[in-house]
Design a protein around this ligand. Structure first.
Ligand code: NAG
Ligand code: NAG
Ligand code: NAG
Ligand code: NAG
Ligand code: NAG
Length: 370
């Protein structure tokens, strides 16, 4: 089940240096966006989505246009989520369409505010995109404080912040820049690692448990695009931590699986369950197995906020990913790669479903068990 540890360490070192080196070289020859350090910025926009809003681009909320903040078609007294994409993302990129689709399958409506900073994080500008995270955090914090002055039915502590990849680092920056308190709940979906490790540029800026009262972290490309070590109040590692079944060595596929698993956790009736283990080293060396009597915890959107520690879970190699409380041996990643060549990989929820279709599904789908 586990890959030999030395292979993983050598592999990680090679691919990480290759990744950082190649983006560094490309970036110097490109025209990367260096925005002025002031808010608002035309390239950082906020879009409200809920069941009442039929517009593909949502309802745009503008910090300097109070009418939009006052009259925004929120569904009041319902959950408010703030989400952010990462490097090379945009309004309609992971995790946004996946979260909107998944929450719309639930009986209870939610409000999702998407932070779109796509023009500040284009390929191949990873280094500059990482630098722009602080500005995005600052402008988002100022926006949230302005919004809360006009929508008084919810508070900062009611907001659930969800960030994918560099978007998870955006959530950390929002937390640093807020002057009215810190977030209660941040969910990090394979939070970005390059330049946000313990040694390089943004070590001090990295997302950690001081950023929220509850930080839950999901690792699917650990040690490459995503953080390797545990950084949250609770950390969940999927499958082989670095590699996911059905993805082979395609790091984009491994990375975005954090979003797919989380989105499915919102409505699945099967559930994703995890068992605890001392550390990632114990897991990767194959010493960590669920035993009889081990406590299994539910992960994802319905996670118990008292859960603490490091946990592991397995998934199916294609949608639906949830396996409930089953942990039998999965195929090795090398076979998974072979398998992927013969079978068209399933790409669930690439785009939000048309609203009408979503509404008919909501009526039909019963409450998920949690
Ligand atoms: C916004 O993005 C465009 C396109 O990348 C760029 O030309 C412009 O300078 C950016 N403006 C700001 C204020 O960031
Ligand atoms: C955040 O943006 C505001 C408004 O443009 C600016 O005054 C402030 O200096 C910025 N703060 C940081 C820490 O970047
Ligand atoms: C609001 O800010 C945007 C930049 O995000 C700017 O283009 C626009 O002119 C501003 N509007 C007002 C009314 O100040
Ligand atoms: C890698 O995975 C991504 C995301 O799933 C997919 O869009 C892309 O086509 C894959 N690349 C290859 C070479 O299979
Ligand atoms: C969460 O876990 C704690 C401690 O294990 C337990 O006391 C509590 O009842 C749980 N909460 C829910 C809502 O299940």
């Amino acid at each position: 089940m586990a890959l030999p540890l030395f292979k993983i360490i050598i592999g990680c070192t090679i691919i990480l240096s290759d990744y950082v080196f190649s983006i560094g070289v490309l970036e110097r020859s490109s025209n990367c966006p260096k925005p002025p350090e002031e808010c608002p910025n035309v390239n950082i926009t906020f879009h409200l989505y809920n069941r009442r809003i039929k517009n593909y681009n949502g309802y745009q909320l503008k910090e300097n246009d109070t009418t939009t903040l006052q009259n925004a078609p929120f569904i009041k007294n319902k959950q408010v989520i703030v989400s952010s994409h990462g490097y090379t993302g945009h309004l309609h990129y992971a995790p946004n369409p996946e979260l909107i689709d998944a929450y719309n399958r639930m009986p209870d409506p939610v409000n999702i505010i998407v932070i779109n900073w796509g023009r500040l994080c284009p390929q191949p500008c990873y280094t500059q995109s990482a630098r722009n995270v602080a500005l995005v955090g600052n402008c988002s914090a100022l926006f949230i404080e302005a919004l809360l002055q006009h929508q008084t039915w919810f508070t900062l502590k009611d907001i659930h912040f969800i960030g994918f990849s560099l978007g998870a680092q955006v959530m950390s920056q929002i937390s640093h820049k807020l002057t009215i308190g810190k977030p209660y709940w941040i969910t990090a979906l394979d939070p970005a690692w390059p330049l946000f490790d313990t040694m390089t540029t943004y070590a001090e800026e990295r997302l950690d448990i001081t950023d929220a009262d509850f930080l839950d972290v999901y690792h699917t490309n650990a040690g490459y695009k995503g953080q390797l070590t545990s950084i949250g109040h609770v950390d969940f590692y999927a499958n082989h931590a670095l590699l996911q079944p059905g993805c082979g060595t395609n790091s984009s596929c491994n990375h975005v699986r954090a979003v797919y698993y989380y989105a499915e956790s919102i409505y699945t009736k099967v559930g994703f369950y995890a068992y605890s283990c001392l550390s990632i080293l114990t897991h990767l060396t194959g010493f960590c197995k669920p035993g009889p009597g081990d406590e299994l915890v539910l992960l994802g959107a319905h996670v118990n906020h008292s859960t603490r520690g490091t946990y592991y879970f397995t998934t199916n190699d294609q949608y639906p990913f949830a396996r409930g409380k089953v942990f039998d041996t999965q195929e090795e990643p090398i076979q998974a790669e072979h398998h992927m060549q013969s079978v068209e990989p399933v790409q669930p929820m690439q785009r939000p479903l048309p609203i009408d279709l979503r509404l008919s599904e909501i009526k039909a789908s019963p409450k998920p068990s949690s």
